[in-house]
Design a protein around this ligand. Structure first.
Ligand code: SAM
Ligand code: SF4
Ligand code: SF4
Length: 348
C-alpha cells in the first residue's frame, strides 16, 4: 500500500494490509530479574552484549524518526525495563517528544517502589504491572525468582504517586492460575486498578505452549459474569490489543487480550524496537531489521526513515490469524514448527 496523503506536511506510512504505523514498543533490555515460565527461555539464550544495547540517545533519536513517520504511542518494555539503569532519563527524553499522546511502561513491578517518583517526575503518566497470582507461593513458582510483596509495594507506590490508569496484567494459564480470575478482579476493583487478562500465547521457542493450556476470552468473561455484570466498550482507538469492559456499578474496568482465540492482526499498528536496535514488525517474527547499524554508520535521519518506510510498506504480518486458521484446520498447529525471536528480546 505504501504511502497515502495524511498528516499536514507528511505522509501516513501504511503496510500491505493498509495498517498505519502508530505504536512503538521499545525493549530497553533483554535482562530480567524474574524467570516467568511462560516467557523466559531457561537454557539456550544468547544475552545481548552490552555494547550492542542502544544508548538512551540512540533510542531517543530513533523514537523521533518513528514519530515523524506517524507513531503517537510509545510503550517501554523488555525484559524488565526497570533493571536498566536510570530509566527515568529515557522517560524524560521520550515524554518531551512532540505528538506523543501516550507513553506507558510495562513492568513486573519488583523495582517499582524505588523508582516511581523519578519516573513520574520525568513525565510518565501511566503504567502496567504484571501480576499473575496473589498467592505468594504461586507467584514465586510462576516467576521462578519473584516475590509478591515488593511487587504489591510498587503497585501501591504507583497509585500513591498519582500514576493512572494503573493496569494489572495477568496471563491466565489453565491449571496454573485460572482459579484466580475472580480474586484478581476483586483485588483490582477494591483498589481502583484496571484489570487486563492476557491469553497465554506461544511466544518465543521455549515456553511449552499447548492449546490445552489456553483459557480463552469467552471462558474468562463467563467466569467474571457469574459474579458481576458489565458491558463491552470495545478496543481503545479501535486498534488496541485489549477488548475492554466496564462494570455496571462503575467500579474499575476490565479487558481481555485474546490474541489466540480472537486474533486482531487486521488492526495491528505496532512496531517493535529491540534493545539492540532491530525493528521487528510482529511479535512472532523470526527476524528483525537492523537500525543500529545505520545509526552507528552515521546515516542521516532521512536515510533511516527511508529504511523504516521500506520495511513497513511491505509488511504483511498476520501471525495470530494464521495460527487461528491452523488451529482450526485438519493439520492443527505446532508451535515448534515456527522459529521466533524470544519475547525478552522483543518486548511484549
Ligand atoms: N517484564 C515486564 C513485565 O513482565 O511486565 C515487561 C515485559 S513482559 C515480556 C510484557 C508482558 O508480556 C507481560 O505482561 C507478560 O505477562 C506478557 N507475557 C510474557 N509471556 C507471555 C505469554 N507466553 N503469553 C502471554 N503474555 C505473555
Ligand atoms: Fe521477565 Fe516480564 Fe518475561 Fe516475566 S514476563 S520473565 S518479568 S520479561
Ligand atoms: Fe500484530 Fe503480529 Fe500480533 Fe498479529 S500476531 S497482532 S501482526 S504482532
Amino acid at each position: 500500500m505504501g504511502f497515502v496523503p495524511g498528516r499536514s506536511s507528511q505522509t501516513v506510512l501504511r503496510d500491505l494490509l493498509d495498517r498505519p504505523i502508530q505504536d512503538l514498543r521499545i525493549s530497553v533490555t533483554d535482562r530480567c530479574n524474574f524467570r516467568c515460565l511462560y516467557c523466559m527461555p531457561l537454557a539456550e539464550y544468547d544475552w545481548i552484549e552490552r555494547s550492542e544495547i542502544l544508548s538512551y540517545e540512540e533510542v531517543e533519536r530513533l523514537a523521533r524518526i518513528f514519530v515523524d513517520l506517524g507513531v503517537t504511542k510509545i510503550r517501554l518494555t523488555g525484559g524488565e525495563p526497570l533493571v536498566r539503569r536510570d530509566l527515568h532519563d529515557l522517560v524524560a527524553r521520550l515524554s518531551s517528544l512532540p505528538r506523543i499522546r501516550d507513553l506507558c511502561l510495562t513492568t513486573n513491578g519488583a523495582l517499582l517502589a524505588g523508582q516511581v517518583d523519578a519516573l513520574k517526575q520525568a513525565g510518565l503518566r501511566r503504567i502496567n504491572v504484571s501480576i499473575d497470582s496473589l498467592k505468594p507461593e504461586r507467584f514465586r513458582a510462576i516467576t521462578q525468582r519473584g516475590e509478591l510483596g515488593p511487587v504489591l509495594e510498587g503497585l501501591f507506590a504507583a497509585k500513591q504517586a498519582g500514576l493512572g490508569p494503573i493496569k494489572i496484567n495477568a496471563v491466565i494459564e489453565r491449571g496454573v492460575n485460572d482459579d484466580e480470575i475472580i480474586d484478581l478482579v476483586e483485588f483490582a476493583r477494591r483498589h481502583g486498578f484496571a484489570m487486563r487478562f492476557i491469553e497465554y500465547m506461544d511466544v518465543g521457542n521455549a515456553n511449552q505452549w499447548r492449546s490445552e493450556k489456553l483459557v480463552p476470552k469467552t471462558e474468562i468473561l463467563d467466569t467474571i459474569r457469574r459474579h458481576y455484570s458489565f458491558e463491552e466498550l470495545g478496543r481503545d482507538q479501535g486498534s488496541a490489543p485489549s477488548v475492554d469492559y466496564r462494570f455496571d456499578d462503575g467500579a474499575a474496568d476490565i479487558g481481555v487480550i485474546a490474541s489466540v482465540s480472537e486474533p486482531f492482526c487486521g488492526t495491528c499498528t505496532r512496531a517493535r524496537l529491540t534493545a539492540d536496535g532491530r525493528l521487528v514488525t510482529c511479535l512472532f517474527s523470526d527476524t528483525g531489521h537492523d537500525l543500529k547499524v545505520l545509526l552507528r554508520q552515521g546515516q542521516t535521519d532521512a536515510r533511516i526513515a527511508g529504511f523504516i518506510r521500506s520495511v513497513w510498506s511491505v509488511r504483511g504480518d498476520r501471525y495470530s490469524e494464521q495460527r487461528f486458521e491452523a488451529l482450526h484446520s485438519s493439520q492443527g498447529y505446532r508451535p515448534a514448527d515456527h522459529r521466533k525471536i524470544e519475547m525478552i528480546s522483543l518486548g511484549g
